[in-house]
Design a protein. Sequence first.
Length: 486
Amino acid sequence: MAIHGPVHSSVGLETHGFSNLADQHWNIGTAGLFERALQNGEGQAAADGPLVVLTGQHTGRSANDKFIVRDSVTDETVNWGKVNVSMDPAYFQTLKSRMLAYYQGRDAYVQDLYGGADPEFRVKVRVVTEQAWHNLFASHLLIVPTTDERAEFAPDFTIIQAPGFLADPAVDGSRSQTVIAMDFTERLVLIAGTSYAGEIKKSVFSILNFQLPPRDVLPMHCSVNVGESGDSAVFFGLSGTGKTTLSADPHRTLIGDDEHGWGENGVFNFEGGCYAKVIRLSQEAEPEIFATTQRFGTVLENVVMDEHSRKLDLDDARYTENTRAAYPLDFIPNASPTGHAGHPDNVVMLTADAFGVLPPISKLTAEQAMYHFLSGYTAKVAGTEKGLGNEPQATFSTCFGAPFMPRHPSVYARMLADKINKHGSDCWLVNTGWSGGAYGVGERMSIRHTRALLNAALDGTLAKGSFKRDENFGVHGSRSLPGCAR
């Protein structure tokens, strides 16, 4: 066994039960992991430098294969049900033992990383993967510590990922050969039977969603940006509703595109990178994100590439509608170097209305904001979860992130209400779905129109204008806005 990499922690893999490994690759940077991924046949280099990988049958999250160990730590604190499914501790230990046995004789790739830009609330996460490209993904999506911090890194949580290991429901207590199991007592996450990299980052989000509320920090499935005057805006929404696209505004500084905390000192990013959908990505409408698909080191999941020219075809959905780009936050030109911003002046809830009945933008009272936060009405767009078809499916995802919320929704809702009222945030409901009729009849809202509406909301213009109460929903829609007329 050989240990490779610029720095490895004195707290080694043996502390997690690993033994008889082949080589260990610790905290290797982008170029080294890129090179190893190519050498291992894990992916291909595209013409402009990204790494293109395929994830096989799993092109989205396996929502029905997630489990939380039920024990004295979680029994009374987790909101058990269809989303948070319990696993017996004995099954988890069996699964862990079998995965560690699977790793014997294999290489292990290790990244020691932070989840959370605020040093007071961040979690130290060790990510162990069997493939180089998943390690590269993790280093992009989380926050990289300094060399000195990594030398003595003692993880708060460890994620062990093994796509090649197939669970056995009869032995491991899983539902299928795929499993994502979390033990808050042992502070360990096991991911097996899926190559979809999003399971890694969402596991970190679930950890923080459980740990932070008792510390008066609200974890949020949202993007955040901030204007030149220091005014910050939070964008809630499920995958595919526009969080990444709308927060990547060339006139505002990007704090982060997916997961944040809101505490006493303001908001802070959980991540160090972005995981953007790129199917039919427009260079004209989304230039900042489009540019990342032509950068060395970006990881492109399930993107179609010409075999000979190695040019990308972002319009081709032959593998999935859920094509993704993973890249460091600093690939976006106006990204924040700190990951911090003040308390939000505006709270925006994005919904892709599949029925085409909601106004393009509505101003909400604090009570209405709580209703929409708890109901989380939107449409799941194709490919974000295993089993979704091509048409959007209307759904209600509590707190715009129910699959990652271990605690009862009321815990998060009360915290949001308290913070909105305390800091006087304006609240908005923005329809990024269909207008003039349902999917197949109406048209989807254009990014240009939505941006114009949001700009007016964020700069205060819209709040001072006139509104009309919607008879069906009770929300107040703007009567008109220059630049949005067809």
